[in-house]
Structures are given as structure tokens and as C-alpha cells.
Write a protein that binds this ligand. Structure first.
Ligand code: PEP
Ligand code: MN
Length: 333
């Protein structure tokens, strides 16, 4: 980090500023130019608040030369992180497909979908029990009963389960959940992130509807800084001016996040585009861009789905996609 000192600041004030900065545990190197004095801060600057430094009397400007996230940063952890979930490894050169309905609706539905996606090669089962819906009148999920049905599907198929948490008070119900999902709408629920940092269960952190890569990585940092290193990033489409599709898949997120961070990156093309027929090409594009996996919505009867039927693949369509995923994975791994 570089602190540019205001012109004509007295040497004693520069010295006082340097001493103040040292109290944050960084080394301060002074460069005296003909016009400006510049202080170079070396060490862990992630805890320094740029905006606060800028308010100091003798400070002209402050520039970060290193990203403000540390635990999630590839610079401090050059190797890919691989996260073990049951018998599966997510990240580190593997391709993992998570599939299942938007929401758990009944025992028959979740078990049938689980068996079918497993037969097609999915490694984890998804299904919402607590659903974040735009309308309070829409189906809110089966809640505790939904979690119980997911556990039954896990027992019946051996597939680990992924489901969304919306409030930390729900955590005690998530003991049998293999991957806890933080949805797009909660990406910046910092209290929730901090509490999830106290567990060791893997967290699937979805990018918010209008959040930058850095904001996503700072949210991952919240979880990691609280002690849980098992974070999987998920690109799920962002809001743009386009209204033809539900959101716009930001494929650029994949190579950029993988450059900035060592964490696995998976893509959810279902919520990105919102229309079933366009999901297979986006899924393949995401893997070609380097994604560590996919999360795809599959329903045994999309026309009658209680949530997101339009974007749900049938088991047959999912099976066709998985055949292409297998061919593409063989070509790119
Ligand atoms: C979901 O995966 O069910 C979901 C609600 O996704 P998102 O948070 O990305 O909208
Ligand atoms: Mn959905």
C-alpha cells in the first residue's frame, strides 16, 4: 500500500504519520521526492481501512497495490484448493456436477430426481428446503421437512446434499447437510458469513445479483477469516440491461476468479439464464472456461414444479447434457 503525503507537510508530521501507521504492524518506507513524500507500507495491509487513512490531515491519497483479501488470495496460496465432500473432491482439476430440483417438494420427487441424476453422473444432490422468494405469497420451501427429505434421498442414493441456509438460526438443522449454500441474496449477509466461518462444513457461496468479483472474494474472506477454509465460489449470473434472459452469465468470472483465488469455482447456468433450452450450451461454455463444476436444476416434472420449472431440465435432458460434459471434460482435463 502507498500513502502519498500532502505537499508541504512538516517533517515532524510525516514522522508522526509513519509511527501511527507502524502501530498497524506494517513496515513503513519513506521516499522523499522533489514534490511529494510517499510512504510505502510493507506487510499485511489487509486490516488497514483506506477510506479512514484518506481522512487523515496530511494524507493526499492512498493506493492499494495488493487486493484486500488474504485467505482467499492465490498470491498467498498458489496451489488450487480441493475440497472433500463425501467421496468427491471439488476443485483441483476435477469436474463435479451438482444437480437436483430448485426446491424439495415431496419424498417421491426428491428420491426420483436423486436416483436419476445419480445415474447420469451427478456427484451431489441439490434441493432447496428454505427458499428465498421474491414474493411472500410464493412457495417458501418445505423447511425442516425439506431437510428431512433430502437426508432420505442421501440415504437412498449415497449422494451428498447441498442446500441453502437463509438464517444462522437454521444452522442446527444442517448437521446432515454436506455443503451449505449461501444464496445470491445473502452473499453480503456478513453476520451469517461470520457464523458460517465457525463451522467446518463446506460453503457454496453464490455471487450476488450485482456484486463484483472483489466483493464476492471479500465475502469468501469473511468465512475464511472466521476459520472455515472450505469455500466454493459460484457464478450464477448477474443483473444486466438484458431482459430476454433471467440474468446474464458472466463467463469471464471463471478465469478471473481462478486467477485471483485458489478456491474452486463452479457455475450455475440455470439461475443465470432461466430458460431450460439454453442451459446446456452455457454449461459447456463454463467448463471450457475452466470451471471446476456445475450446479444444474433438474425436475422430474418441470411443468408442475413449485419453483423455477422454466429453467429445470428433465432427467432425460440432463442425461444428454452429462454425455456432452463427459466428452468435454475428457478433452480439457
Ligand atoms: C438456488 O440455487 O436455489 C437459488 C435460489 O439461487 P440464487 O441464490 O443464485 O438465486
Ligand atoms: Mn431455483
Amino acid at each position: 500500500m502507498i500513502v502519498i503525503v500532502k505537499k508541504s507537510t512538516a517533517p515532524a508530521a510525516v514522522e508522526a504519520l509513519s509511527n501511527q501507521l507502524r502501530t498497524f504492524g506494517v513496515d513503513v518506507h519513506l521516499s522523499q521526492g522533489s514534490v511529494h513524500t510517499v510512504l510505502g507500507l510493507v506487510g499485511d495491509t489487509s486490516k488497514l481501512d483506506i477510506d479512514q487513512l484518506k481522512t487523515l490531515e496530511c494524507v493526499e491519497d492512498v493506493k492499494r497495490i495488493q487486493e484486500p483479501f488474504k485467505n482467499a488470495n492465490r498470491k498467498f496460496h498458489p496451489l488450487d484448493t480441493a475440497i472433500k465432500v463425501g467421496k468427491n473432491i471439488i476443485g483441483g482439476g476435477t469436474v463435479t456436477v451438482i444437480a437436483g430440483p430448485c426446491s424439495v417438494e415431496s419424498e417421491e420427487q426428491i428420491i426420483e430426481v436423486a436416483q436419476k441424476v445419480k445415474a447420469s453422473g451427478a456427484k451431489l444432490l441439490r434441493g432447496g428446503a428454505f427458499k428465498p422468494r421474491t414474493s411472500p405469497y410464493a412457495f417458501q420451501g418445505l423447511r425442516e421437512e425439506g431437510l428431512r427429505l433430502l437426508s432420505l434421498a442421501k440415504k437412498a442414493t449415497g449422494l451428498p446434499i447441498v442446500t441453502e441456509i437463509m438464517d444462522i438460526a437454521q444452522l442446527e438443522l444442517f448437521a446432515d447437510v454436506d455443503v451449505i449454500q449461501v444464496g445470491a441474496r445473502n452473499m453480503q449477509n456478513f453476520e451469517l458469513l461470520k457464523q458460517l466461518g465457525r463451522t467446518r462444513q463446506p460453503i457454496l457461496l453464490k455471487r450476488g445479483l450485482a456484486n463484483t468479483y472483489q466483493e464476492l472474494l471479500m465475502s469468501a474472506e469473511y468465512i475464511m477469516a472466521s476459520g472455515n477454509e472450505n469455500v466454493i465460489l459460484c457464478e450464477r449470473g448477474i443483473r444486466t440491461f438484458e431482459t430476454y434472459t433471467r440474468n446474464t452469465l458472466d463467463v469471464s468470472a471463471v478465469p478471473v476468479l481462478k486467477k485471483l483465488s485458489h478456491l474452486p469455482v463452479i457455475v450455475d447456468p440455470s439461475h443465470a439464464i432461466g430458460v431450460a433450452e439454453f442451459i446446456p450450451p452455457l454449461a459447456l461454455a463454463s467448463l471450457a472456461a475452466g470451471a471446476d463444476g456445475l450446479m444444474v436444476e433438474v425436475h422430474n416434472n418441470p411443468a408442475c414444479a413449485k419453483c423455477d420449472g422454466m429453467q429445470s431440465l428433465t432427467p432425460v435432458q440432463f442425461d444428454e447434457l452429462m454425455k456432452k460434459v463427459a466428452k468435454l471434460s475428457a478433452a480439457i482435463i
